[in-house]
Design a protein around this ligand. Structure first.
Ligand SMILES: [Zn+2]
Length: 423
């Protein structure tokens, strides 16, 4: 009974606490990772009664998951063939296939669409164009079937002009995607009337001040920043009255800002973002570090001038990655390249015990170097898959795979996953 509370929209504090109790109990019962984490800390899961007890749980990092068999974070009840998967390599370059059950995938998507609808004052029916790299088939939205929200997926592997043509025909109200993908579109976009376009929603990457200005001036529409990750979906959405301020999506997660020791820091003090998903059981994320930094803007419970009483954080600072530049001058978003390489790696290493860590470096115009922590004997097969994947982006593009044993720390604590040496 209590487990269905995780899918409730508009969760009260009591709902959040109940969802935390359920997810913690489930994670302990059904995943090797959390059982070990709790046992090593001498912590019983029933001691976690709600959000205020969460700081007692040790933080889980993606690196820690990379050091143990990745299935240790997957529920022992999950049927892998029936799961939806989303690939992410986050700030550490560890490739993680986030597994969700079908209801979890629906809910994750519903939360995003609700955030578009509720918080931006748009009317239904709504047309949303999602711009970005190829992905596994997204869930067939219930809301889409009911006809309230129509979603079109616009891929960027091919010609950007084609993508713009598709958008003109679809006439979206909302255009959403990673800032680097939206920027490519913006370069091609000649405003002959944006039709019904109301809003640009940047998500999936940190939106820099300059990128925001470039997008706003190309599309001549308001640009808002949504903070999210594959593990949880939408984590926070930008306040309609104040850019630079994001409201935490408390239907999806509990967000904490913590010190290096994993303790919550006072309001106004910058720290690492740690999230606890309130709805993922297939792959639970409890006090999971996303690798980004931010600070809380107000004490909990303060009401914002937009009317929301949800906690507010400053726009997170995070990863900084390069575009790939092709011979014909075309720029490829780091998101697209990462997705293409990530899928090729995952397709060949899915049965591997450990999550693969990798980095992509463009060395010359036509040559991309993929450094990956893989066994030598897997290299030949992977090389072929990567070649095919990269040719899909550009016929001239070659890919060289280098198995490595690890990546040295550069001292900054940030790992740049996509690097271009072409200026
Ligand atoms: Zn607000």
């Amino acid at each position: 009974m209590g487990r269905l509370a995780r899918f409730r929209l508009g969760k009260s504090e009591q709902d959040v606490d109940r969802a935390i109790r359920c997810v913690v109990a489930y994670a302990y019962e059904h995943t090797a990772h959390y059982r070990r984490l709790f046992d090593d800390a001498g912590l019983r899961p029933d001691r976690i009664e709600g959000a205020r007890d969460l700081p007692r749980v040790p933080v889980t990092t993606r690196d820690a998951i990379g050091e143990e068999p990745w299935r240790s974070i997957l529920s022992d009840r999950a049927v892998e063939s029936r799961c939806r998967r989303a690939l992410t390599s986050g700030s550490t370059g560890t490739l993680l296939a986030v597994h969700l059950s079908a209801p979890e995938a629906y809910y994750r998507r519903l939360l995003l669409l609700c955030a578009f609808y509720k918080n931006l004052g748009l009317r239904l029916p709504l047309r949303v164009a999602e711009v970005g790299p190829r992905d596994e088939r997204p869930p067939d939205d219930l809301v889409q079937r009911v006809g309230l929200i129509h979603v079109a997926h616009v891929r960027l592997e091919g010609s950007v002009a084609e993508a713009v043509g598709l958008l003109r025909r679809f006439r979206p109200h909302i255009l959403t995607g990673a800032p680097s993908c939206l920027e490519l579109l913006a370069e091609e976009w000649r405003d002959e009337g944006c039709g019904d376009l109301r809003l640009i929603v940047a998500r999936g990457e940190v939106l820099g001040r300059e990128a925001r200005e470039r997008l706003a001036s190309a599309f001549r529409r308001r640009v808002v920043d949504y903070y999210g990750c594959e593990e949880v979906g939408n984590v926070a959405w930008e306040c309609p009255d104040d850019d630079g301020r994001l409201h935490v999506n408390t239907d999806a997660c509990v967000l904490e800002v913590v010190s290096g020791a994993g303790r919550p820091v006072p309001r106004g003090t910058e720290g690492a973002v740690v999230v606890t998903s309130l709805f993922s059981y297939t792959m639970p994320f409890v006090r999971y570090a996303l690798g980004d930094r931010t600070h809380f803007l107000e004490e909990a419970g303060a009401r914002c001038r937009c009317g929301s009483a949800l906690p507010a954080i400053a726009a997170p600072s995070g990863r900084d990655e390069d575009f790939l530049v092709l011979r014909d001058g075309r720029r490829v978003s780091p998101r697209t390249l990462d997705n293409v390489v990530g899928h090729a790696l995952y397709a060949r290493t899915a049965c591997a015990e450990r999550a693969v860590r990798y980095r992509i470096v463009q060395e010359e115009v036509d040559v991309v170097r993929v450094e990956a922590v893989i066994p030598e004997d897997a290299a030949e097969d992977l090389q072929v898959a990567l070649d095919v994947a990269c040719r899909g982006l550009s016929a001239d593009l070659r890919c060289r795979l280098y198995p490595v044993v690890g990546f040295p720390e550069d001292g900054t604590g940030k790992f740049r996953r996509v690097v271009s040496r072409i200026s």
